[in-house]
Design a protein around this ligand. Structure first.
Ligand code: MOS
Length: 721
């Protein structure tokens, strides 16, 4: 990056969050907390009681006359909406989104079939229980096994993932026949729901044909575009405001039915309407990480060099949309194997559509691949770290491109040393702690793509030396407010206290989805460009010739504000290089041989995420991701009744995530990585890579401790007894 030399160097400093005080004092306003006035009504969704069929009758008489009820919307009286075509970067599934309350068709359990609008949330909730629907039920596809038998390759229209059904490089079948050692194993990863602490919510208000929504979203620009298309109005007539997001993990990347319902009800009742999903409703009315079943076949020579990989995966999707993700992409390039085949299939079920959940696809695919690598290491009698090092790639053989930077080897080496891998006695069951628990050490590689999305930003500098820098991005927790303020202050050459960063408003310069670990690289580069332009203009207009000039002094001399825009557009290097983050994760487990309980006393990881803008927020990102990986291994599981797709554990009491007592020592490090190709800031991304690799490191450690291969996640105690 080229910055003018200034006395204000902030990039790389471990600063505390600029919005930390607002968050911990309750000053930060979340989607459900906006109050557009005393006429605001509350909408509560009624969900379908069947998984597939038609609504034959819907009786709203009792609900309509219940206390405080303003309106009951069903497909019989809801406004007909144009639902113009809208395809966006990440929610462009193949298929057709559910058009809420537009017809009598039911395609999954819990689908919105009515919205009760009342003066209070309590009155709306009461009346919603009085809505009675009758159905003509049809046989629903709710068994994964049955659907998997008819599974299909993904269609052509999945814009973000572009996931292929079948790929082949070289001759994997031939190579497998002559391989000295082969591994052939099947792996299952359970469906997981995001469960951010902040519930999904939308408040909507119309004013003379203009719609304002206060929404929980990772992408205000897309919410605006989709609502404009749904209601058939110009995008400039939709304002989407979302300054704070209390966790999302990908669940707020697309527009869900409740957002459309809030806007529809506000139109119908001519009042602002607020819809807050309950925890239970989040399961059928937003997305989730799909259940996946995979098979990995590895072939190697005696020297531990991979000669062939076959990796097949089937994931659940809905009957009305195809959600495809990058399950098998890592397998195609991570190791230098000449013969690789992948096969991806989608099993259509009468469920709501899955969606991106932190490291979507990669985390599940890497679990299978890295588990199989551990099985291969055992079969060959080669140290698992050494096996990975021997198969390091010096080029992306899948896309036939050089890597922009490649830190897998360094991650494995650095994290292995920090963990004390050499202390491992490789014999199974050979290590115990003082409580008699079996100790195991396991490791995994990790990788995640560098996504580069176009972004824009604006910088305004005032005569008093304060600056407001903005972009329509989001901050779902990683610290966007803070890291962007650092980039802005350093580039402008202003003390950071004088700089404020604004986000979460669709009227700000357009930004890409706050996802794919891409915000810092794209929006950060746009912020840098806008601030460099604003500083340049200020100096020029003030006739200042020294590039080192104090901008506060220059602005005071200038006496008027300066404004500049800045854009980031992915450069040609994006097509010339294969760009990825890398990681290596090492876990220690302690297994109680009598109770089957697994504890994880420590996880050490090294990540190559390019330049680190803020080591403090980066550390928080990393430990959050590692906790997610521990949860995937041991706890997280959306339990579905195969008879109708009903989620059995749709509460935070029953849906298990790691709590503080489940987490031991987490020690993530970021290796120094200088990648000149990724973007002007040299930033790769750290959110998703940090979640990848912990689960296979844990299962591989369990094998080392017990000799048992855990190929189904999450691992429950009975599986170890
Ligand atoms: Mo993340 S799944 O890219 O929000």
């Amino acid at each position: 990056m080229t910055t003018t030399a200034t006395p204000t160097s902030y990039i790389g400093q471990a600063l505390s969050r600029v919005d930390g005080r607002a968050k911990v004092t309750g000053e930060a306003t979340y989607a459900a907390e906006f109050d557009p006035g005393p006429r605001t009504a509350h909408g509560v969704i009624v969900g379908s009681a069947i998984a597939k069929g038609r609504i034959t009758e819907i009786d709203t008489t009792a609900a309509g006359s219940a206390p405080g009820v303003i309106a009951v919307l069903t497909h019989l009286n809801a406004p007909e909406l144009p639902y113009q075509q809208h395809k966006s970067l990440v929610d462009a599934q193949d298929g057709e989104r559910i058009h809420v309350l537009q017809d009598d068709r039911v395609v999954h359990l819990g689908q919105a079939i009515a919205l009760v609008v009342a003066d209070t949330f309590e009155n709306a909730t009461h009346a919603a229980a009085l809505v009675h629907a009758s159905y003509a039920e049809e046989p629903a596809a709710t068994s994964f096994e049955d659907a998997a038998a008819r599974a299909l390759p993904p269609g052509p229209g999945n814009a973000k993932s572009g996931q292929p059904g079948d790929t082949r490089r070289g001759d994997p079948d031939g190579a497998l026949q002559t391989a000295a050692v082969t591994i052939d194993a099947e792996y299952v990863v359970a469906r997981e729901d995001h469960n951010p602490i902040e519930l999904h919510a939308t408040t909507a208000a119309w004013d003379a044909g203009t719609l304002t929504v206060w929404d929980k979203t990772q992408w205000v620009s897309n919410t605006r575009a989709e609502l404009a298309a749904t209601f058939g109005i110009p995008p400039e007539n939709v304002r989407v405001i979302s300054p704070f997001v209390g966790g999302a993990f990908g669940s707020a990347l697309r527009v869900w039915p409740h957002t459309t319902l809030a806007a529809m009800a506000a139109l119908h009742t001519d009042r602002p309407v607020k819809v807050v999903l309950t925890r239970r409703q989040m399961f059928p009315l937003t997305g989730y990480r799909p259940h996946t079943e995979q098979r990995v076949v590895l072939g190697a020579d005696r020297g531990g060099h991979l000669v062939a990989i076959r990796h097949e995966g089937t994931a659940e999707t809905s009957t009305y949309e195809q959600y495809a993700e990058n399950l098998l992409g890592p397998t195609r390039f991570l190791y230098g194997c000449p013969n690789v085949a992948t096969r991806y299939r989608l099993a259509e079920l009468n469920v709501n559509t899955p969606c991106a959940m932190r490291a979507p696809g990669e985390i599940s695919g890497i679990f299978a691949l890295e588990s199989a690598m551990d099985e291969l290491a055992e079969a060959l009698g080669i140290d698992p770290v050494e096996l990975r090092l021997r198969n390091d790639a010096d080029r992306d053989l899948d896309r036939d491109l050089p890597f922009s930077s490649r830190s897998l080897r360094e991650c494995l080496t650095v994290a292995g040393q920090r963990f004390g891998w050499d202390d491992r006695d490789p014999r199974i069951g050979s290590m115990r702690d003082e409580q008699g628990r079996l100790i195991g050490f396991g490791c995994s590689s990790a990788t995640y793509p560098v996504y580069n999305f176009p972004a824009s930003a604006r910088a305004i500098v005032h005569p008093d030396g304060t600056a407001v820098v903005s972009s329509a991005t989001s901050d779902m927790g990683p610290g966007t407010y803070t890291s962007m303020t650092q980039v802005a202050a350093e580039t402008l050459g202003l003390p950071i206290e004088q700089v404020r960063f604004e986000l979460g408003d669709a009227n700000l310069p357009e930004a890409p989805p706050h996802g794919g670990s891409a915000t810092m690289g794209g929006v950060g580069s746009a912020v840098h460009a806008a601030c460099a332009a604003a500083r340049g203009q200020a100096l020029e207009q003030a006739g200042e010739t020294s590039s080192h000039a104090d901008l506060t002094e220059v602005m005071s001399r200038l006496g008027h504000s300066v404004e500049a825009g800045g854009d980031y557009r992915p450069g040609e290097d994006t097509a010339r290089y294969s760009m990825h983050e890398y990681g290596a994760v090492f876990a220690e487990v302690a297994v109680d041989p009598d109770l089957g309980l697994v504890r994880v006393p420590r996880v050490v990881a090294a990540f190559g995420g390019g330049r680190i803008v803020n080591p403090k927020t980066a550390h928080s990102q990393a430990i959050g991701g590692m906790v997610l990986g521990i949860g995937m291994a041991l706890l997280e599981h959306t339990a579905v009744d195969p008879r109708d797709g009903h989620v059995i554990n749709a509460t935070l009491a029953d849906y298990l995530v790691p709590v503080n007592a489940d987490i031991g020592e987490l020690d993530p490090v970021f290796i120094d990585e200088d990648d000149p190709h990724v973007n002007p800031l040299g930033v790769k991304g750290i959110a998703e890579i940090a979640a990848i690799g912990a689960a296979p490191a844990i299962t591989n450690a369990i094998h080392h401790a017990t000799g048992l291969r855990m190929r189904t996640l999450p691992i429950t105690p009975e599986m170890l007894l």
